[in-house]
Ligand binder design. Structure first.
Ligand code: UT7
Length: 329
């Protein structure tokens, strides 16, 4: 028995902020942002929490399958911007959705959070422990962005998505294989300095603006290019897939140059690479489900297609997941 994605949806806040919006606030410009990252605009929600962003996507996947909230057994919500430190955003979403039969938890895998959650959920479904798992990935990055730091605030956006995982009797469909990695030495280069148990909030931490994303971009870039390309190539190789066999690479959307390096390593032409970083920026745990949802909505992915999902982010965490698409177009 395999676990397959049987429904997918996404949601982003309505308000759009283009690169020019930043020009009056910090020393940056549209040209720099576009050429260094590929980003043109992003969505921000300055009100509400991450569960408000994810709830419409959760409702949509249920609607697509004609299910009720009570049909969900497990909720795994990947985020680094939970509504509150506790209770989990999974619990908050469970209440808002009315999924009274579900248990669940948050998963803090940063940009790889959705892939970690997808694989965890798939194993729970495959084992028979749960019948239906709702897997969500999303972030309200605007809540942890220092809008005075030009090296980080232009990179991110708010948004996320959801997939439903269900058992499939046909073993050739669903989550086929995964490679997930972690290297805690990455903490130095990408982290949030305060707000956790190590450095709880104080007037000093707030004054020092320590509650925001801290990133050493070049160091992360180098590791991301190697990490994401390596696992994406490895998963193709060990499943004996050529570039012709892969319908889509769905990469984490942090930087167009990282995405290009991954596609090159896999030998994939650009028409097989899902890119929407231009419209959404880096939504952290949200990028991959948003990409999958847009592919599905635009009928660009067909039942039986091999799709390689890849990510790299804080931790460091990275990985690649091979899926065989199970939804009828
Ligand atoms: O998703 C989580 C994982 N994160 C990533 O994968 C991100 C990986 N890193 C990157 O994508 C890139 O390193 C960045 C997009 C963050 C930065 O691009 P870069 O080509 O590595 O630029 P840089 O950091 O080397 O900076 C080049 C110059 C610097 O100026 P000087 O020192 O050469 O005078 C920066 O201060 O660009 C400057 N700069 C900016 N200029 C205009 C940095 N940010 C900006 C900005 N606007 N927003």
């Amino acid at each position: 028995m395999k676990a397959a994605i049987t429904a997918v949806a996404h949601n982003v806040p309505p308000d759009v902020y283009d690169n020019v919006w930043f020009e009056s606030k910090i020393d940056t410009n549209d040209e720099w942002i576009k050429t260094r990252t590929g980003i043109t605009e992003r969505h921000f929600a300055f009100e509400g929490g991450v569960t408000d962003i994810l709830l419409p996507a959760a409702k949509s996947v249920l609607e697509q399958r004609g299910l009720t909230p009570e049909d969900i057994d497990l909720i795994i919500l990947a985020t680094i911007t939970p509504d509150r430190v506790f209770p989990s955003s999974a619990a908050i979403l469970q209440r808002k959705l009315g999924a009274t039969n579900a248990w669940g938890f948050d998963l803090a895998g940063a940009c790889s959070g959705f892939l970690y959650a997808l694989v965890t959920g798939a194993k729970m479904v495959e084992s028979g422990a749960v019948k239906r798992a709702l897997i969500l990935g999303g972030d309200k990055m605007s809540s942890i962005l220092n809008f005075e730091d030009r090296t980080t605030c232009v990179l991110f956006g708010d948004g996320g998505g959801a997939v439903l995982l269900e058992a499939t009797d046909d073993d050739t469909f669903g989550v086929v294989d995964h490679i997930l990695r972690m290297d805690g030495r990455g903490e130095d280069f990408l982290h949030q300095k305060a707000g956790g148990s190590l450095r709880p909030p104080t007037i000093e931490t707030v004054t020092n603006r320590e509650h925001f994303v801290y990133q050493e971009g070049q160091a992360v870039f180098k590791s991301a290019v190697k990490g994401m390309a390596d696992v994406s190539f490895e998963i193709m190789q060990r499943n004996e897939l050529t570039a012709d066999d892969v319908a889509w690479l769905v990469p984490h959307q942090a930087n167009l140059r990282i995405i290009d390096a991954t596609a090159d390593r896999m030998g994939l032409s650009r028409d097989k690479v899902m890119i929407n970083i231009d419209r959404f920026g880096n939504t952290t745990a949200g990028t991959i489900p948003i990409c999958l949802s847009e592919l599905h909505i635009n009928k660009k992915v067909a039942k039986g297609d091999y799709v390689v999902l890849s990510s790299f982010g804080a931790g460091y965490t990275w990985g690649s997941v091979l899926i065989r698409w199970a939804i009828d177009t």
